[in-house]
Design a protein around this ligand. Structure first.
Ligand SMILES: C[S@@+](CC[C@H](N)C(=O)[O-])C[C@H]1O[C@@H](n2cnc3c(N)ncnc32)[C@H](O)[C@@H]1O
Length: 336
């Protein structure tokens, strides 16, 4: 994802030409002006903030994939355990002939937990990280050549504008990895409502949600010994430099992640290690020694807390699957 600063008409994500279907593949994610406004507004706040969606340039997507391999980051392992133990029941709940839609699909690896048992009419992976999505969707198509795959490059925080490649195949949203935890709870309800609005009374939502648990386990998951999560967090500064033109210096920051018990969330920050000024998009930004820049939240929900949010968005719970320790939940919802 690259922007050309100064040209409002330029799209942030280059158009992708290769298609698997006759349908259009991608759309511009945002104008440079919109990206600049969002980033500079966040950096003008106290404390400074950067939206987690800016983690995901090509390097950030690769670093996230490396995080999923870490011993400490239990999420993909435990979630996979649940899918392995309950695959038949999950596929039965979803049913045949649906359009599986995956916001933030990343490497498109988790959909393989459902294929080929689930036989969707089409798969629509969506992601903001265009190059990475394109490569992942190509690899998936090579493995499952009968499947209609229609990747869509988009920023799903700007609303979901779904194009269904197959008629009469209702959308079932697949949103694993507890990515829903990255939204503030009220914004999560809005996002769930956006998905619900695509359903026309028919469809569903299969979602993975990380539960509250022992603080040491959570702390280790976001502070791995190899420092991969630290690299991932610091990489956001390089992405901002590339997007807007700047000299934010990742050597002058360190990774800082903690569990905020009161809020029920992991918080990731970048802590400035020496007072300095940097340039971004032609602006000067001053950082104080020890200042924190907030880069991500990851809210943790007991299943009943999450069901309450989904109900506010117009869903009713139909199924819940968990691992033995209750560390992670996979839930299936239908439109109420
Ligand atoms: C935490 S990763 C999860 C990847 C995968 N779903 C999983 O469970 O392992 C978040 C994914 O969402 C994408 N993403 C983040 N913010 C986004 C946004 N606003 N719009 C679209 N995709 C986004 C990222 O590029 C990344 O692939």
């Amino acid at each position: 994802m690259r922007a050309t600063a100064g040209n409002a008409a330029e799209s942030v994500s280059p158009p992708i030409n290769k298609t698997f279907t006759t349908m259009p593949l991608s759309q511009p994610v945002a104008t440079v002006d919109a990206v600049e406004l969002e980033i500079m507004t966040g950096l003008a706040r106290t404390p400074k903030q950067i939206s987690p969606k800016y983690f995901y340039d090509q390097q950030g997507s690769e670093l996230f994939d490396a995080i999923t391999e870490l011993d400490e980051y239990y999420v993909p392992r435990v979630e996979k355990e649940i899918f392995s133990a309950h695959r038949d029941a999950i596929c039965e709940a979803i049913g045949e002939g649906v359009t599986l839609v995956e916001p933030g699909a990343g490497s498109c690896e988790k959909v393989k937990w459902l294929l080929p048992d689930l036989e969707p009419s089409a798969y629509v992976p969506m992601d903001i990280s265009g190059e990475h999505l394109q490569a992942s969707a190509s690899a998936l198509k090579a493995e499952f050549d009968e499947l209609t795959v229609m990747p869509q490059v988009c920023d799903h925080t700007q609303g979901i504008d779904l194009e269904l490649p197959v008629e009469d195949a209702p959308p079932v949203f697949f949103y694993p990895g507890s990515s829903i935890g990255n939204f503030e709870p009220d914004v999560a309800v809005d996002f769930l409502r956006d998905m619900r609005a695509q359903m026309n009374g028919d469809g569903g939502l299969l979602i993975g949600v990380d539960a509250k648990k022992d603080t040491d386990v959570l702390h280790a998951a976001y502070n791995d010994a190899e420092g991969v999560t630290a690299q991932f967090n610091l990489n956001v500064l390089d992405n901002l430099n590339n997007l807007l033109g700047g000299n934010l210096d990742s050597d002058k920051f360190e990774h800082h992640a903690l569990y905020n018990d009161e809020q029920g969330r992991i918080e990731m920050h970048l802590r400035c290690t020496e007072a300095h000024a940097a340039r971004l998009a032609g602006h000067t930004i001053r950082f104080a020694d020890g200042e924190l820049v907030h880069t991500e939240n990851s809210y943790k929900y007991h299943p009943e807390e999450f069901v309450e949010l989904a109900e506010q968005a117009g869903f009713e719970q139909s199924q819940l699957w968990q691992d033995n320790r209750g560390w992670f939940s996979v839930l299936y919802f239908e439109p109420a």
